[in-house]
Design a protein around this ligand. Structure first.
Ligand code: SF4
Length: 352
């Protein structure tokens, strides 16, 4: 364990509030052991844990919490990768294996929620990296955050790809009884080869579908983002219909699809990966992603197709039959906007 000087600079998506960490706070480096072998943990003390999104931002949420930076889920397309560059690390292997851990996240949250300036607004988690990525099993920061938000009756939402969220089922149930809570799973495809190739560190997509069912059965509203849909890999109608059917049958409160987008930096990373893994698609992707977002007509066509599959599936499995009612007091008054519509949120800012 030793001090590692890193270049800390705030990522734009964290709100433009200046340096996240005090300069004098050098980082302790911890090498992962056992099930965490191959990972490296960089401990920092965050100055703040609730990040305010700049007002000029188009994202439909104003406050976020990200206890970790970097993500061992290692999705090839992850748009959060460039945030590692802000730290002087690279967007490839460093992003997957060198994980920044804000070890004081829970105590900072308690202090910030107590502040008279805080008005109990909605907080979105999973906007940058996955709050239930593997190292959450070691650090339990998201667990502590969920506990504290629930105790404070502060509304929140969680977007994840990880079944580890089920570890916190009881805490989430308690929170649902006190405030507005919503979960979303990102399940881009059920196609095993595509999943293994593009999201190598994530739980199997069918385990995620089962988690959607368990959350809804437990009274925690949970939807699904079929995201991102990868041209030539996971966008065939039969692939989309399969994932929609499974999620609707699992009782997902909402199912919507998001087309892949590739911002500068991520675009090159993804194209490099494609050249090694699917060279037949490189030309098509270079054409499609001259800009970060695919043409509106292609995004619209995807949305319509998936909405059609959702409507058909809802006709077969009446919605959402597995959700049991939960008595819940009126959520604490909040000046914030309601939880973002998941599709819109992902399009505009979430990383999953
Ligand atoms: S897309 Fe989400 S789950 Fe995948 S690496 Fe990025 S933050 Fe992690």
């Amino acid at each position: 364990m030793g001090a590692t000087p890193l270049r800390w600079k705030l990522a734009e998506d964290d709100g433009g509030q200046g340096a996240l960490f005090a300069e004098e706070e050098l980082v302790d480096r911890h090498m992962g052991r056992g099930e965490y072998r191959g990972l490296e943990f960089l401990h920092v003390n965050a100055r703040r844990i609730i990040n305010e999104v700049p007002k000029a931002s188009r994202v439909p949420f104003r406050y976020t919490i990200n206890a970790y930076r970097g993500c061992s889920h290692s999705c090839t397309y992850c748009f959060a990768r460039p945030t590692h560059e802000y730290l002087g690390l690279n967007i490839g292997e460093d992003f997957d294996r060198k994980l920044v851990v804000k070890v004081n996240a829970v105590e900072r949250l308690r202090a910030e929620l107590r502040s008279p300036k805080w008005a109990g607004e909605h907080i979105a988690m999973g906007t940058n990296t996955d709050p239930y990525q593997r190292c959450e099993g070691k650090y339990h920061l998201t667990q502590g955050i969920v506990r504290v938000l629930g105790e404070a009756s502060n509304p929140f939402s969680i977007l994840t790809k990880s079944t580890l969220i089920l570890r916190d089922l009881e805490l989430l149930q308690t929170a649902v009884g006190r405030t507005s809570v919503h979960a979303n799973f990102s399940i881009g495809t059920l196609d095993e080869p595509v999943w293994k190739a593009t999201e190598p560190g994530t739980p199997h997509p069918m385990r995620r579908v089962e988690a959607v069912a368990k959350l809804n059965e437990a009274g925690i509203p949970c939807g699904v983002l079929v995201a991102p849909v990868l041209p030539g890999m996971s966008d065939a109608p039969e692939q989309l219909e399969a994932v929609v059917n499974a999620c609707v049958e699992a009782g997902a409160t909402n199912v919507s699809a998001i087309a892949l987008h590739l911002r500068p930096g991520v675009r090159q990373h993804f194209l490099d990966w494609l050249a090694s893994n699917r060279p037949d698609l490189v030309g098509d992707y270079e054409q499609r992603f001259r800009r970060a977002y695919q043409p509106a007509k292609d995004q619209d066509a995807l949305a319509v197709l998936v909405r059609t599959f959702v409507a058909q599936a809802r006709g077969r499995w009446a919605p959402p039959r597995r959700i049991r009612s939960v008595s819940r007091p009126k959520p604490r008054a909040s000046r914030s906007a309601p939880a973002p519509a998941p599709a819109e949120a992902t399009q505009l800012g979430f990383s999953l």
